[in-house]
Design a protein around this ligand. Structure first.
Ligand code: PAF
Length: 275
């Protein structure tokens, strides 16, 4: 159904939701702008979701910049900012959550066990609380976007999910709230993620794409500071399973690595062979 024909919770118009964990940047602004193109009203949620962080991850130090977030939302014409406290979102004796299934255990999920269960649980709760017609997520978190589309299909949720292109710095670094953890030297090494994607994208066959991307990442592994690679893979955009070497059509070239203490992800969607 066309987004404009939706029947969401706002009298006299349609509602788009942009779920975020705050620390808003230009990438979030682009999500909000896309949301405004597809609905009469835009809501932004700001909630650092404890469920999607494993012990030892950066939940406690995740940047919290609520006053600036509010200014950005006001400047972008957002009608509602929903910013619940953790205690308001989850009952202390919470029992039930969303299981991300097998797809939640591959690629990013293999390195962050339980992460997608936490993401899908909070996104489903946000959908139920805000009742949007449309929800907008960044392509930067490609597996998250695919999993949310899967949840909407599997659970028959009445919401249209839109993906927004990744916003990059002029030198290629994908915008992320976590970029503010990077020192200048870290940032230099971190450019290898987007450089690897660009090199991979110059090729047409999966093994050549992966070989070219790995060569860039191998060089960065001996840089100062070094890049510690978690994965680089070429996967089906809907299932996140590896594509075969004779694959034709869309594939996601995805990479995750740590630079210093900061873990970064990036990806690009490629179209292989005659489409
Ligand atoms: O992408 C994010 O910021 C988060 O994973 C989301 C979708 C807001 C859920 O907490």
């Amino acid at each position: 159904m066309d987004a404009a024909g939706g029947s969401g919770g706002v009298p006299g118009g349609t509602l788009a939701l942009v779920p975020t964990m705050g620390a808003l940047h230009e990438g979030h602004r682009s999500l909000i702008r896309l949301a405004r193109e597809h609905a009469d009203h835009v809501a932004v949620s700001v909630f650092v979701n404890p469920l999607q962080f494993a012990p030892g991850e950066d939940f406690s130090r995740y940047p919290r910049t609520f006053d600036t977030d509010l200014e950005i939302c006001a400047a972008e014409g957002v009608g509602l900012v929903f910013a619940p406290a953790a205690g308001e979102m989850y009952l202390p004796d919470r029992q039930v959550g969303v299981c991300a299934g097998r797809m939640g255990t591959v690629v990013e999920g293999a390195f962050r066990p339980g992460h997608f269960d936490g993401v899908l649980t909070v996104v489903l709760k946000l959908f139920n609380l805000v009742r949007p017609d449309v929800a907008v997520f960044g392509q930067k978190d490609a597996q998250q976007l695919a999993m949310i589309r899967r949840m909407v299909a599997d659970l028959d949720l009445p919401v249209t999910v839109l993906g927004a292109p990744t916003v990059r710095e002029p030198d290629g670094l994908a915008l992320s709230s976590r970029n503010r953890y990077l020192s200048e030297a870290d940032r230099g090494t971190a450019l290898a993620l987007s450089a690897a994607l660009r090199e991979g994208a110059r090729h047409g066959r999966p093994r050549d794409i992966l070989g070219a991307a790995r060569a860039v990442l191998d060089q960065a592994a001996v840089a100062s500071p070094p890049l510690a690679l978690d994965y680089v893979c070429l996967v089906d955009p809907a299932t996140f399973t590896a594509v075969p070497d004779d694959h034709r059509g869309e594939a996601v070239l995805a990479v995750a690595a740590k630079v210093g203490s900061t873990r970064l992800i990036d990806n690009v969607v490629l179209t292989l062979g005659p489409s």
